[in-house]
Write a protein that binds this ligand. Structure first.
Ligand code: FAD
Length: 250
């Protein structure tokens, strides 16, 4: 008989852990419930990252969202890739994960998914690369793909699937972690990611853009597409994943 929690959540265990970049761990979660789950590449799950005793103190720390890097329905498992950026409950959960650890998570959800378009434009940071990797894997080999990704250094580059590899830029010492919301004001229009997207040679007509990761970079790239390239809002799917000083964006 099913556990009542399984009507709402997926319950599983950590099955495998490996570093995927210098600061990111790939964590495989196994659950029989994943054999018949519906998932579109780009969607995420909401993972319970703290024990119930802590939810009473601060309900915002109960869950964090992580994109599904890969889902294997046949074997009933999925992979998440979590960046180690500090001491938040999500980062802590990933740092302390061990094989056999019980896991509770939502079913996959979210609207960051592939759309029909003449070409696809991806822009974001290494956390966005997790969702983008799944989306790129689902595109046909002859799909037209453009984009750029940002991380701190070459060893932070998430390995993306062939043939749709995207170029990376490196922020070096300008650690996104150290920023505060107020430290990235109007100058956001000149952040390295926006500059890199501005430099892309794109067809004159809009395609579909997927923007994810650092919230103010997403907004700045969106403004660039709207105001400098003449795209409309319906051509752009934006999903901010995190913002300096904010906890657990949904
Ligand atoms: C739809 C969606 C999908 C996501 N997918 C992924 C994913 O695949 N992999 C992943 O690692 N994260 C992903 N995230 C972000 C994730 O949900 C957490 O926000 C992140 O792990 C931080 O949680 P935390 O509890 O460690 O820190 P929090 O307590 O939430 O945040 C504490 C502080 O840490 C800093 N911070 C948070 N994230 C970063 C970062 N990436 N770089 C630098 N500083 C940061 C900020 O200053 C923040 O105020 C996703 C978010 C959303 C909304």
């Amino acid at each position: 008989m099913r556990h009542p929690l399984e009507l709402v959540f997926i319950r599983g265990v950590v099955e495998e852990i490996e570093p995927i970049t210098s600061r990111m761990r790939r964590i495989r979660i196994a659950s029989g419930q994943l054999r018949d789950v519906h998932w579109s590449p780009g969607q995420h799950v909401r993972l319970t990252v703290t024990p119930p005793t802590r939810w009473l103190r601060d309900p915002r720390d109960a869950r964090r969202s992580y994109s599904v890097w890969h889902l294997d329905r046949e074997h009933g498992n999925l992979d998440l890739c979590v960046l180690d950026h500090g001491e938040g409950p999500g980062a802590q959960w990933a740092k302390t994960a061990y094989v056999g650890r019980p896991v509770t998570m939502s079913r996959p959800e979210g609207r960051l998914t592939l759309r029909e378009a003449p070409y696809h434009l991806f822009a974001g940071d290494e956390t966005a690369a997790v969702a983008f990797g799944a989306m790129l894997r689902a595109l046909p080999a002859d799909a037209a793909v453009h984009g750029v990704l940002e991380t701190d250094a070459p060893d932070g580059e998430v390995p993306l699937p062939r043939p749709h590899r995207l170029p990376w830029i490196h922020r070096g010492d300008d650690d996104a972690d150290a920023e505060t919301e107020n430290a990235r004001p109007a100058a956001a229009e000149r952040t390295p990611l926006v500059e890199a997207v501005r430099a892309l040679r794109l067809p004159r007509r809009p395609g579909i853009a997927y923007l994810a990761g650092h919230a103010s970079d997403c907004q700045a790239v969106q403004r660039h597409l709207l105001h400098e390239r003449g795209w409309s809002r319906r051509d752009i799917v934006v999903k901010p994943f995190w913002a300096p000083g904010k906890r657990g964006l949904e």
